[in-house]
Design a protein around this ligand. Structure first.
Ligand SMILES: Nc1ncnc2c1ncn2[C@@H]1O[C@H](COP(=O)(O)OP(=O)(O)O)[C@@H](O)[C@H]1O
Ligand SMILES: [Mg+2]
Length: 290
């Protein structure tokens, strides 16, 4: 079986980390060895799951489920160390003054290093990656676009040599629908949905991939409309105002869902849970994933 890489992105604060954790937990329960990867300098899951530490080296947090935090710098350092072992490549890479100068100023190099590490399994490049699935709790929309564009930028800047070839091999993995899966998390609201749609269009156009929309925090109320309207008739009471608010929210939500259906082929709905325990919240989200 090919290693799968799941990228989870979306507007800031929409629930990317919770959805990524739920997806990772779900896959691990199917018997797959899963690595949940956080990108950036700060671990969200350290505080969320009250862990002692989250490091570059994966650590097991549940059966079949490991967690790691990868920064651009830690990925670059590992890449450099690995290259040094392949002497001729290291020479080509580091003994070249142009290349050295370039490394210092290259935009997108940390992003490229992170993607290099993320895709190292399918590319069979670098230290062993003993996992069946990677679930990447990736950057918010804007930075995610920059992440995705880094390999093409590099491939264009350096057409020959190991960097150019590696960038092209990373792109091959990112555009392989058997390997790379994209999940855009959104809320049933105007702005997050607009951002999600724009990102999806960019990914479809430039990478020919079909992202899934995960509509998160969907109000899942089983109160019949008639009851809401009935309560609204008591307009002077707080209950009446609340019923009115709820009905407006539900209407807007269904408008947003209709709009989403015109833009995404695959849509998952995750309800808004009233749950304060982090693992219970994640477990509840797991049940909503296919
Ligand atoms: N479906 C949900 N129901 C209730 N709370 C949620 C849900 N999804 C996320 N949350 C909460 O919303 C907040 C933001 O979620 P998080 O996953 O950290 O977002 P992001 O990673 O996009 O910044 C967190 O406090 C999280 O516990
Ligand atoms: Mg997050």
């Amino acid at each position: 079986m090919k290693q799968e890489i799941h990228f989870v992105t979306g507007k800031g604060g929409v629930g990317k980390s919770v959805v990524a954790a739920a997806l990772a937990l779900k896959l691990s329960r199917q018997g797959k060895k899963v690595l949940l990867v956080e990108l950036g300098d700060q671990s969200f899951f350290k505080d969320f799951f009250e862990l002692a530490d989250v490091t570059f080296q994966p650590q097991l947090i549940k059966p079949n489920l490991s967690l790691a935090l990868w920064t651009g710098e830690s990925c670059l350092r590992e890449y450099a160390q690995y290259l040094v072992k392949v002497e001729s490549l290291a020479k080509l890479f580091f003994d070249n003054a142009v290349m050295r100068a370039f490394i210092n100023i290259a935009p997108g190099l940390p992003e490229l290093a992170m993607l290099g590490k993320i895709t190292s399994g399918p590319r069979k490049y670098g230290p062993p990656m003993p996992f069946d699935c990677l679930v990447v709790d990736a950057f918010a929309t804007g930075h995610f676009k920059a992440l995705m564009e880094a390999p093409a930028g590099m491939a264009q800047a350096v057409q020959i040599g190991p960097m150019g070839e590696q960038s092209r091999s990373i792109i091959r993995v990112l555009t392989d629908p058997e390997v790379s899966k994209y999940h855009i998390v959104s809320l049933p609201e105007e702005l997050p949905l607009k951002e999600s749609t724009e990102l999806s269009e960019m990914l479809q156009k430039e990478f020919s991939v079909e992202p899934t929309l995960v509509m998160n925090k969907v109000l899942d109320v089983n109160v019949p409309r008639a009851s809401l309207q009935n309560a609204e008739s008591l307009t002077t009471s707080d209950l009446g105002l609340f019923a009115q608010y709820l009905e407006q929210q539900l209407d807007r939500q269904s408008q947003m869902m209709d709009q989403a259906k015109t833009k995404f082929k695959k849509i998952l709905k995750v309800p808004l849970f009233f749950e304060t325990n982090p693992w219970t919240l994640v477990e509840k989200a797991v049940e909503k994933l296919p």
